[in-house]
Ligand binder design. Sequence first.
Ligand SMILES: Cc1cc2nc3c(=O)[nH]c(=O)nc-3n(C[C@H](O)[C@H](O)[C@H](O)COP(=O)(O)OP(=O)(O)OC[C@H]3O[C@@H](n4cnc5c(N)ncnc54)[C@H](O)[C@@H]3O)c2cc1C
Length: 369
Amino acid sequence: MKSSEIKDLNIAIVGGGYGGASAAKALQSIGAENVHVYEQASALAQVGAGIGLRPPSVELFRAWGMFDAIAAVSSPSDHLEIFSGDGKQMFASEEWPFLHAYKQVNHNRIIHRGDFIEALLGALPDGMVHIGHKLSTITDNGDHSTLVFENGETVTADLVIGADGIRSTVRNQLFSDKPPVFSGEHAYRTIISIEDAFGLVTDDNPRFYMGQNGTIAYNLPLRHRGQLSFDITAQSDDDSWAPEITTDYLLSILDGFDERIVDVARTLDISAMTSRSVFDIDAVDTWHSDSVALLGDAAHAMLHHQGQGANSAILDAGGFADALLQGDSVTDSLAIYQATRKPVTDELQRISRLGWNAQTVDSAFPAKA
Ligand SMILES: Cc1cc2nc3c(=O)[nH]c(=O)nc-3n(C[C@H](O)[C@H](O)[C@H](O)COP(=O)(O)OP(=O)(O)OC[C@H]3O[C@@H](n4cnc5c(N)ncnc54)[C@H](O)[C@@H]3O)c2cc1C
């Protein structure tokens, strides 16, 4: 599309998480001036945990002029290591894919989730993000849509991006009403001081410890904060939103693990640990109509085993902006966006569902992405 057409497009993004905020930044970077992000929450917050931003995501931050803002609040990792639960056997030690694929070396940036959303939102102009806007209905009228929010406001937009997460209202009302799928797993996450990490942190690289009983303990060092993100994934049949956990239970699922991990579990503040059941969605057949598209978890929520959900949302945002530049019209651009991104995320959804199996790990990065 011509830059004058992109400049004037009236674009509504539903959801101000990593996907929605990245999409807003990507659209701004190609000259879109009429972009509004509608977020249901009254304040944007994230779970207290770390997350890894992969080299291709980092390359986009450079293109969007926000690399320094990300680098200031993250630590650079060059590889990932995977061990047996007891830490005695190393299954894999691999450099992050695409670390050296760009003009500058792009390390994987390990960042606190809260710092990441703050950096993204801080890169957007004042007035672009509208909090307290929970979408209740979307009507797709072909070349424009009508959005009605719970607060009573109604908005009309030429182009709508549904970046409203795994339980997306946009997806549910326009593309697929299939509910999320429970993985049979829980994710327990907390942030501790490096001083309380019993020597687990020796550099900036994440380490995964894979137990025999399906439990995985993984450490994401946040050395710039003097902290460690201490994360556990465990099997469970309980699909409640925030399952209760106790120290005794944590120690029982970590029986036989590296003693430093057991020591951390024994001494951490269990009341500060976030506990969540983990879900993904089945691949959605179609992500777009003539003027509405899905992005991020709304389009392709995947299990966290490859650490690719947020990274995919960021790459969707870059792909979306590229598609607008390539297409002859909004509709044409949305088809290009889906054709470019969906095969990649379909595969990541599939691989992520395979989970980790200590017997068959031959690469830390089966998707090589
Ligand atoms: C345990 C765990 C570990 C993970 N680790 C990693 C990792 O290391 N690396 C990685 O890349 N990914 C990881 N992920 C995945 C990652 O967190 C998600 O893929 C990512 O948050 C998706 O971003 P999103 O913006 O698409 O969706 P979300 O983060 O869910 O954001 C959606 C936003 O939309 C808003 N919203 C929802 N409904 C409405 C509505 N009706 N109206 C208005 N606003 C609405 C929500 O409030 C929210 O702010 C992990 C996930 C889990 C569960």
